[in-house]
Design a protein around this ligand. Sequence first.
Ligand SMILES: [Fe+2]
Length: 230
Amino acid sequence: MIITKSECQTIKNNNHDMNTNKENTSKFEFPTLPYSYDALEPYIDKTTMEIHYSKHHRAYYDNFMKAIAGTEAENMCIKDIFANISKYPVAVRNNGGGYYNHKLFWENMAPKGENGEISTELKEAIIKRFGSLEEFEKLFEEAAKTRFGSGWAWLILDENKDLQVVSTPNQDNPLMDIADKKGTPLLALDVWEHAYYLKYQNRRPDYVNAFWNVVNWTVVSSRFEKTMQK
Ligand SMILES: [Fe+2]
């Protein structure tokens, strides 16, 4: 297999929002949830959080570990795996994506009132790219609401350091070589039914709208600034 090296060195220096001590040594560990199950109430309910984290995320992690057991991927940086994901079995793509995407998702949320503010740098970049914060939110909501079936909505920085709003199916992400639009994730929103069905049933738009109350802008801004410096 020809491995395209990505930015793993940079990940190794990025411990703030990725909890990546583990990735420093290429050991994948199941991350601790950064808050209690009920911390994002009423926007995301306690039962959903508990099942989502302890069952769904855990299953992706366990199955990812099984899928790479005894292979060279066990000792690789996850970004290098994603950069070559088309060469791996689908179990690595689905479960590796599920493992990583949920880590990002938990970390880019925080209880309302503790979720910080968008940095001046990111705010200016969003206004420059999308016209206004409101326009960006509209685009992001549209990406989340119109993703057919299961998947994710993202704010990313592409290879030209331009902000883009994209969505991916299933557990794919913009770091994967199969992504329509590639880039570094800054903000992730899980739009699988398991993320919202208990509270919102089929009303995905209500869940998407509620998400803004719990976006951790401190983490998203930090990801932006670190990626811009690469
Ligand atoms: Fe999920």
